[in-house]
Design a protein around this ligand. Sequence first.
Ligand SMILES: [Zn+2]
Length: 285
Amino acid sequence: MDEFTAVSRAREFVRNIDSDAVPVPIEAYAESVGAKIKYDSNMRPGEDGCSTLFKGKLIIAVNARDIPQRQRFTVCHEIAHAVLGLPSEHGANSWSYAKRPLNEILCDVFAAELLLPVDKFKPLVDDDEPGFRTISSLAETFQASLASTASRFATVSNMPCAYVLSEAGKVKYSARSRAFREMNGWVVQGAQLPSESMANRLRDGGRVGEPEEMEADVWLSNWTRGGVLVEDSRHMATWDQTLSLIWFEDGGLRTEAPDRRMTFERDGLNELDGVLSWPGKKRRR
Ligand SMILES: [Zn+2]
């Protein structure tokens, strides 16, 4: 199975539930697959949940010690195993994104679609300023964790934007918007957090402030187009995880056709792809 199939099946699932409720009705989701949710206080820390068949009924056991937002994601993840027919490969440390098996990644993708449905979530993303102020408010609205909301924010955004999750100061995972992928914006997995990044400073005990501007190649590898990125980050000391959202602001990406004559004069290139390098550093509003 591929990601596209998982996403399509999840959207079909959400359509069939046909609910306008936000936050989304997790119990109705579980009922629709004939499952019962059981909050288990005997689960170990780091163990999210699992599904078992008991007298022909699917029981979704969720770690009662997890925060409710995490529990909601777990229920959706377990529903994914049932709907997609993918066996679970739950490892010892579910907080770690390193070497996560494909089945688990697909179930996470499915779960994010259920918890933050694109038709309800995306309009709010497109309507608001990028950054953790917006992401926190959306996480509250949808009763989802900050991390899954941030990841989903980057995935559905129209802007060139990416979410980066780091653990112990190293990049473990990133999610990019379509515009960011099309620009070949790339953050290397396994890399050390850039020393000039806000993420690195927060991890060193720095205080959270406003989003910050920096040269794009602070974050991006093999990046030759110059330009200015904006970064907003949050550090979760409990798990030594740092969440970052990086993006190019409006005007960073030129969509209109460039003036070809000027282009010839400037660097003698033939055709351009409509994307020019960014103007110099500008002030944030
Ligand atoms: Zn799983």
